[in-house]
Write a protein that binds this ligand. Structure first.
Ligand code: ASP
Length: 316
């Protein structure tokens, strides 16, 4: 079989190990493995990279353990505004939605924009309406809320009232999910989905729905999905920068991705990404305490991690 590959991230804002119960960590790892399984099933039957990316992201959007879909961050007004994008490295086709409030799986809406419209990015209520028109699941905004996000928002508001916002950890603020895949025909794809960051102002949009910043894929080079403070990733055109370093400077994936994390990190922010090259090598650098992530080796063995320790999760 030709090389196939899948890599995922669940955000670089991972909490310190002692802040969650072992049951919660185990469930987080299991949901990462479930995400990988659903993508691998598609890829191993000859399915397309774009399909695999969507499937992987949907599982993480449906999990309460990640900042995307159910479990997404709350705005300062205790609402959810979600962003997502997807890119097909074969055609350079892409689709994205931002600041949506009712689409159960924002990544599906991003794919629908790519495949069922002439547009690339739709913002706000018209994007919610578009999703409804194409038959996607619509939910009340409260569907996305989890007790952990409510607590995080209260704690951030308290810190900001005491002017201690700089003390708020990355984990209290950030998160995102993303996936990259290589299919048996050599096509690459990337997708990203997020609630942004806790306590964000209404209307704020980060890098996740911006092609080139949070998401990028080009056949023959790489596919990339980023996580970390989006304002910096947009300024650094981070996802595209990984591919540009490979294409124009002849760097390998590891060197290109490390250089981009160093460049973004020079702004004193937490940063991470998941990436795969045209040969199916997956690489997931980050500069924070941890980043939820996972990948499947070419022999089908599944690995996930939230901090340094890597856990084997059986065979896909
Ligand atoms: N990149 C996301 C954003 O800025 C958040 C994150 O990954 O932490 O919206």
């Amino acid at each position: 079989m030709a090389n196939i590959a899948i890599g995922i991230h669940g955000g670089c804002g991972t909490l310190a190990p002692h802040l969650l119960s072992e049951v919660d960590w185990a469930e987080t790892r299991q949901h990462l493995a479930d995400s990988l399984h659903s993508a691998w099933k598609i890829l191993s039957r000859g399915g397309r990279a774009v399909e695999a990316v969507e499937a992987a992201v949907v599982v993480m959007e449906d999990s309460p353990h990640f900042n995307a879909g159910h479990g997404a961050a709350l705005t300062e007004h205790s609402e959810h505004e979600l962003d997502a994008s997807i890119m097909d490295g074969e055609t350079l086709g892409a689709g994205a939605i931002c600041a949506v409030r009712t689409i159960r799986n924002p990544i599906k809406a991003a794919r629908a924009v790519m495949e069922k419209s002439d547009l690339l990015l739709i913002a706000g209520a018209p994007a919610d309406e578009f999703a409804q028109r194409v038959g996607l699941d619509i939910v009340p905004n409260s569907y996305f809320t989890t007790p952990r996000r409510v607590e995080a928002l209260a704690s951030l508001k308290a810190k900001s009232a005491r002017q201690e916002i700089a003390m708020a950890s990355e984990a209290e603020r950030h998160g995102t999910v993303g996936a990259v895949a290589l299919d048996a025909k050599g096509n690459l794809a990337a997708g990203t989905s997020t609630g942004g960051f806790n306590n964000k102002p209404g209307g704020r949009v980060g890098d996740s729905p911006i092609i080139g910043a949070g998401t990028y894929a080009a056949n023959g080079i790489c596919a990339v999905s980023c996580t970390g403070m989006g304002e910096i990733f947009i300024r650094r055109v981070a996802a595209y920068d990984v591919s540009a370093r490979m294409r124009y400077a002849g760097k390998g994936l590891r060197e290109a991705a490390d250089a981009v994390i160093a460049a973004v990190g020079s702004h004193k922010i937490g940063a991470g990404l998941i990436s795969v090259d045209a040969g199916g090598k997956v690489y997931a650098p980050f500069n924070t305490l941890g980043m939820a992530r996972g990948w499947v080796e070419t022999d089908g063995r599944v690995y996930v991690a939230t901090h340094q320790e890597v856990h084997a999760m059986g065979v896909a």
